[in-house]
Design a protein around this ligand. Structure first.
Ligand SMILES: [Zn+2]
Length: 95
């Protein structure tokens, strides 16, 4: 899924309206892929992304998933995919 600028802005407006900077596990899962991209590219400016980061700081299951996701993002960018065994090991190490 490609996340558009509009989607991010819609979320930011929604959060501003509720005046809460909080993310749930569902939101975290939904945005983690985008966050991995953002983190790889530059600094974070979106409030929603900061909320997700905050959630990752507090929620261990999501943080572990995000670690794997970041590794995948990096491998994808470097076109350097590990073998199935290496990938399996990466996932199991996080258990
Ligand atoms: Zn979580």
């Amino acid at each position: 899924m490609r996340i558009t600028r509009i989607q991010i802005e819609t979320l930011v407006v929604k959060i501003a309206q509720t005046r809460e900077l909080e993310a749930s596990c569902d939101e975290c899962a939904q945005w983690a892929a985008h966050l991995a991209e953002v983190l790889a590219q530059s600094s974070i400016q979106d409030r929603q992304m900061l909320a997700i980061l905050q959630h990752l700081d507090e929620c261990i299951p999501c943080a572990q998933e995000f670690q794997v996701l970041c590794a995948c993002e990096r491998m994808d960018r470097e076109q350097n995919w590990p073998s199935f065994e290496e990938m399996w090991k990466l996932v199991c190490d996080n258990e």
